[in-house]
Write a protein that binds this ligand. Structure first.
Ligand code: SF4
Length: 266
């Protein structure tokens, strides 16, 4: 699929839940956010149908996101189904890693190719403060489990305030080098203000070459993270919603005052 700026749209990020077991300070307030109604959430079979149609229209890369995708019960069933879609070349999942030690082997066996794991500091106290509830050691166990399950390349998403020379980012980079993990630096973004930067070590945030669409867990196809455009697959049908999203994909991101990161999976 080509959009009107001749960008080839080959990547679909699928948010399977808006729920998360962390409360990261740069993602949501301490009290959490108003969650989507359970009935509004897509079933696994609806998600598989959307993924199949998207691949038949040219999508080659799918990433499962959240909230935190591993909190959605039965996630392995979904991974098994999507992994079998003919034409899918790259199949990943982004996680905060805290449940990963119990899932890595099952995810690999189900056909997942690789994982991105969030890690912003190696200081247990800072980690606790940043996530408000998490334990660093659980995430480190998750990273070990992903290595054992060969979910390679394992990429580490390191959120930074301004640059990669910040003390925590330097420590995380050393850790990644020592453990043959690929680090990506994601500067803190603000949906409401419309502030974002290119991901260092990835190509997110570079509008001129943007190849992605997002599916929210309540069935909206969104052409851009920093836009309020969305197309409802249940109202329009999958093909039409995908085509409208590609046809109306903005040249560049502006602002998004409607959603939080946990709704759209970053
Ligand atoms: S802001 Fe929108 S167009 Fe730009 S890179 Fe992000 S999703 Fe793509």
């Amino acid at each position: 699929m080509l959009d009107k700026y001749n960008r080839k749209i080959t990547y679909l990020r699928i948010s399977v839940t808006d729920r998360c077991n962390f409360r990261c300070t740069y993602c949501m307030p301490a009290e959490g956010v108003k969650l989507m109604k359970h009935d509004d959430i897509l079933s696994f079979d609806e998600i598989v149908d959307i993924a199949e149609q998207a691949v038949s229209m040219g999508v080659r890369k799918i990433r499962i996101t959240g909230g935190e995708p591993l909190v959605r019960r039965g996630i392995i069933y979904l991974i098994e189904k999507i992994a079998k879609i003919k034409g899918l070349e790259d199949f990943g999942l982004t996680t905060n890693g805290v449940l990963l030690s119990g899932y890595a082997e099952k995810l690999a066996k189900a056909g997942l190719h690789r994982v991105n794991i969030s890690l912003d500091t190696l200081n247990p106290e800072k980690f606790r403060k940043l996530t408000r509830v998490g334990k660093l050691e659980d995430v480190l166990k998750g990273i070990e489990a992903a290595k054992k399950a060969k979910l390679f390349p394992i990429k580490i998403n390191c959120v930074i305030k301004e640059n990669q020379n910040e003390a925590d980012a330097v420590e995380v980079a050393k850790f990644c080098k020592k453990n043959s993990l690929k680090i990506r630096y994601i500067r803190e973004m603000d949906l409401e203000k419309g502030t974002f930067w290119r991901v260092k070590g990835g190509d997110g945030g570079e509008c001129s070459i943007c190849n992605r669409l997002r599916l929210t867990s309540n069935g909206k196809i969104r052409p851009c993270l920093f836009s309020e455009l969305e197309y409802d697959v249940r109202k329009l049908g999958v093909k039409k919603a995908l085509m409208f999203a590609v046809g109306n994909k903005p040249k560049a991101g502006t602002v998004n005052k409607l959603l939080n990161f946990n709704d759209i999976g970053g």
